[in-house]
Design a protein around this ligand. Structure first.
Ligand SMILES: Nc1ccn([C@@H]2O[C@H](COP(=O)(O)OP(=O)(O)OP(=O)(O)O)[C@@H](O)[C@H]2O)c(=O)n1
Ligand SMILES: C/C(=C\CO)CCC[C@H](C)CCC[C@H](C)CCCC(C)C
Length: 261
């Protein structure tokens, strides 16, 4: 897996940069974030979507939705910083909502298990910090960043939705609160999202990819991340920290082993 940019074609797949164009992309992505949360605020407040499901759907969709905006930004070296404004603004929003500076119970409900605003200062806060870090550290230059948000969003998010519905019987021997179904969904969902984004970014020329090598590396990382997520530790260490953290560590340790042949 080509984990560092020798990216001669990073110019492919991005809109030509023009004066002020970068900030316009930031506004588009920020507007998307506002729209996503507003949609689930409306659905959960009307009882159309269960609150726990609403939270998880926002969790699953926000990260990949943001990453799909990355090709909008130019090849300018500072493009990632304009993109990073979006998770940073959402960091401020989450803190304002979680501390009560902004009093908006319906939005809190859309992003929390039980409607407790203090909850936003844990999972959601860590979530936007991970997206901020992935944008600044990895950007479009390393598939490790793709794996980081994919396992957090597509993996951990799906584990909850599938596990709550299909994991009522066959629980994990080492963690009775989690199930084979949930962990299987985490592995498959996280791997699929990561491989899809890596294939997209390869097509756009961000990575030089041997997809067989890339897919093998992603599957190995997803398997270990799934094991970590299955451990009974999320009362002490939030999954939004442990999953992205182990993926980033594995991506760093495996960077040489996974460089495409
Ligand atoms: N590998 C997994 C993960 C989750 N679940 C199901 O999903 C529920 C919520 O999972 P958990 O990760 O504990 O969710 P939260 O901590 O609420 O969510 P988050 O990770 O966003 O903090 C669990 O009780 C379980 O029913 C599962 O069956 N198997
Ligand atoms: C409830 C959540 C996590 C708990 O595990 C997710 C919180 C989501 C954030 C509040 C909103 C994040 C928005 C993204 C940074 C940008 C999304 C833009 C895109 C166009 C949808």
């Amino acid at each position: 897996m080509q984990t560092q940019s020798t990216c001669p074609t990073c110019s492919k797949g991005t809109l030509p940069s023009k004066e002020g164009g970068e900030l316009q992309r930031t506004v588009v992505a920020a507007a998307g974030a506002i729209a996503l949360v507003k949609i689930f605020r409306a659905l959960s407040s009307r009882g159309i979507v269960d609150q726990k499901l609403s939270r998880k759907l926002v969790h699953i969709l926000a990260g990949p939705g943001f990453a799909l905006c990355w090709p909008l930004f130019s090849t300018e070296p500072n493009a990632r910083y304009f993109a990073a404004i979006v998770p940073f603004l959402n960091l401020l929003r989450v803190v304002a909502l979680g501390t009560g500076v902004i009093d908006d119970p319906k939005t809190v409900n859309a992003m929390s298990r039980e409607g407790d605003r203090a909850e936003l200062l844990r999972g959601p806060l860590y979530y936007v910090l991970v997206l901020l870090g992935a944008t600044l550290v990895y950007w479009r230059e390393s598939p490790v960043g793709v794996a980081v948000f994919s396992l957090m969003c597509g993996g951990d998010g799906l584990a909850d939705i599938v596990g709550r519905r299909l994991g009522k019987t066959h629980k994990l021997p080492w963690n009775a609160s989690k199930s084979w179904a949930g962990s299987g969904a985490m592995f498959l969902g996280g791997s699929a999202m990561a491989i899809a984004f890596v294939a997209l970014f390869c097509t756009l020329g961000y990575f030089e990819c041997d997809m067989a090598v890339m897919a093998t590396g992603i599957a190995a990382i997803a398997f270990i991340a799934t094991l970590i997520e299955s451990l009974p530790i999320n009362q002490k260490l939030d999954d939004n920290i442990s999953v992205p953290g182990v993926v980033a560590l594995l991506g760093f340790l495996l960077r040489k082993a996974l460089i495409a042949a």
